[in-house]
Design a protein around this ligand. Structure first.
Ligand code: MN
Length: 200
């Protein structure tokens, strides 16, 4: 059984960048729905439901055929949102820190260039999806776009930071203006969390 992890900050703590209304609906309604549907999909597979969701997604190709599609959709939605809440914070450093800062400079030139490339990929993510900063299996940084609730774990990437570009993540606060939402994202990124994941 999977449970909805509580936020570690108040529902209004990310204002004005993410409103209390958006965060409340996104966490309490949408993420709860993915959690419930994942549990329903795995109801006949208690051994699987006892494992961390990361393990199931990393090994999705070995799952029973009846489980694979709901695992990718509902399990992906469950994991991606769990990861999202740890990827943002009201106490953002506003720029990368530590070894990750060095690596961003190494792979992208500088933070400004990284932000522009990340924004471009997030804008170009067609329809509903996510844009991620990930570490590949060679230990290199990449910016990755995923569709619907596909998780980077399915393809062997280690996620470090993410933005949810489904309209439900920004429509109440930014209407249809995804670029404005992305510009404000840098105010709430949890770079210390990303740095911890990068070093792990
Ligand atoms: Mn979402």
């Amino acid at each position: 059984m999977y449970t909805l992890p509580p936020l570690t900050y108040a529902y209004n703590a990310l204002e004005p960048f993410i409103s209390e209304e958006t965060l409340t609906i996104h966490h309490d309604k949408l993420h709860q729905a993915y959690t419930d549907k994942l549990n329903k999909a795995l109801a006949d597979y208690p051994d699987l439901a006892a494992q961390p969701i990361e393990e199931l997604l990393i090994h999705s190709d070995t799952m029973p055929p009846a489980v694979i599609t709901p695992l990718i959709n509902q399990g992906g939605g469950y994991f991606n949102h769990c990861f999202l809440w740890t990827s943002i914070t009201p106490n953002s450093t506003k720029e990368p820190v530590g070894h990750l800062k060095d690596a961003i400079n190494q792979y992208f030139g500088d933070f400004e260039t990284f932000k522009q490339r990340f924004k471009g990929i997030a804008i170009d993510t067609f329809g509903s999806g996510w844009t991620w900063l990930v570490k590949n299996n060679k230990g290199e940084l990449e910016i990755l776009s995923t569709s619907k609730q596909d998780s980077p774990l399915l393809a062997g990437f280690k996620p470090l930071m993410v933005i949810d570009v489904w309209e439900h993540a920004y429509f109440l606060d930014y209407k249809n203006l995804r670029p404005n939402y992305i510009d404000q994202w840098w105010n709430i990124v949890n770079w210390e969390n990303a740095e911890t994941l990068f070093n792990a």
